[in-house]
Design a protein around this ligand. Structure first.
Ligand SMILES: O=C(O)CCC(=O)C(=O)O
Length: 396
């Protein structure tokens, strides 16, 4: 996930406001959602994870992914796994602080993440857009989305994203170790692929916040070696599925264009309803892969449906090694081989956690672990080792 900035940053004086009168137009939005669904159905970019006999990801998938910038892997997470995620989700929701900054949850217990040093919980007013038109996250969200009015009984603020999420949910950690998804990561980013970060997106009906249009990368845009895969991708695993109304929208092909002028796109469209954008529509258990360079975003969730996304990204090692990154998800730093090795332990823990829960699956083998003789065990000590692990996110 790739949207957040240090809390407390101020609004940009140069922020570009949307013509919100138009964007609040419910009829126009309903038409937009319907037309977006039609555009989504016309794209041949969904199906099960498929490999050829030689282990190569099926050419149709590679073509569709590199052509549009996203692909939906259908039926990746079964009912058992989704039930595990849901149980963890309920636990997380119960343990959230009563309000921003509160050390306790509604039952008076120490709140989730209360003692974390790394950025974890991100708050918004219900149906708000905390990022659009601000300087947060390097100002990557230049345009404010529409902010519909929530019901009067809505709380003042809600949590809409949780970073470092694998420390709060073993079920999410096990999704991170999914052999099919990690094999896809190896095909797209190379066998020595490395982590980016992980997040849980919670888009509650009638409350879930917008994530304004943006491209994710903050480095490399001007690099002579830049290409359509430089900033890696995010997997977006759907617990309950997602619709045009509550899901992420992508402007297909924008991952190939370099840095795009999003404000100009919105100005040309005359609203935040970008005319070429397509919603990622998923059934429960589907997992989308989304190129981080695409122009993408999501609208406030005015629909009656929850969207819960287990979001986790991977990079090419070459995009990260000895590169100065950070500043958005953690402190700026040069990402040397030792940091990459340290951060990659999450892949090792995830593979072993998954092996223990799903013993009939063939676990993924991560080539760098074989080459360096590293072996990971998911146990109590490993669990303790996850605290604040996202201080080492590889954020480019
Ligand atoms: O899930 C969302 O609404 C936004 C996800 C996103 O922007 C990202 O993963 O970069």
């Amino acid at each position: 996930m790739d949207n957040l900035g240090a809390p407390g940053n101020k609004m940009s004086t140069s922020a570009i406001a949307t013509k919100s009168d138009d964007s609040h137009d419910e009829a126009a939005m309903a038409t937009y959602l319907r037309e977006g669904e039609q555009r989504a159905h016309a794209l041949a970019n969904h199906g099960p994870i498929r490999f050829d006999a030689d282990g190569t990801l099926h050419a149709d998938i590679l073509d569709a992914y590199w052509g549009t910038g996203f692909y939906i892997f259908e039926g990746v997470l079964g009912a058992d796994e989704r039930a595990d995620i849901e149980a963890d989700l309920f636990d997380i929701l119960e343990r959230l602080p009563t309000k921003r900054g509160s050390p306790v949850d509604a039952k008076g217990r120490p709140a989730l993440a209360a003692d974390c040093r790394a950025p974890t919980l991100f708050w918004s007013k219900p149906l708000g857009d905390p990022l659009g038109g601000t300087d947060l996250a390097n100002g990557r969200h230049p345009v404010k989305m529409a902010e519909p009015r929530p019901e009067p009984d809505a709380p003042e603020e809600i949590v809409f994203v949780i970073l470092g999420s694998l420390q709060f949910s073993e079920a999410c950690l096990r999704v991170y170790g999914h052999p099919g998804l990690l094999a896809v990561a190896a095909q797209i980013n190379g066998e020595d692929f490395v982590p980016f970060n992980e997040a849980l997106f919670i888009k509650e009906p009638g409350r879930g916040a917008s994530v304004a249009w943006h491209q994710d990368g903050v480095t490399h845009w001007g690099s002579p070696n830049w290409d359509e895969g430089t900033h890696g991708f995010n997997f977006m695993a759907q617990l309950y599925g997602c619709t045009a109304a509550n899901g992420v929208w992508v402007v297909p092909g924008t991952h190939k264009l370099g840095k795009v002028d999003i404000a100009a796109m919105v100005a040309e469209a005359g609203s935040v309803r970008l005319p070429d954008a397509v919603p990622i529509i998923c059934a429960p258990g589907d997992v989308a892969i989304c190129n981080r360079q695409t122009v993408h975003g999501s609208f406030a969730n005015t629909s009656p449906d929850w969207r819960v996304t287990v979001n986790f990204g991977f990079h090419r090692r070459a995009s990260v090694l000895d590169v100065k990154g950070g500043g958005i998800h953690n402190a700026p730093a040069v990402y040397d081989a030792e940091r990459i090795r340290q951060r990659s332990r999450l892949i090792g823990y995830a593979i072993d956690a998954r092996r223990q829960r799903f013993p009939d699956e063939t676990p993924f083998v991560h080539k760098p672990f074989v080459e360096t003789g590293q072996c990971f065990k998911w146990n109590t000590a490993a669990k303790a080792d996850l605290e604040d692990y996202n201080l080492l996110d590889l954020s480019i």
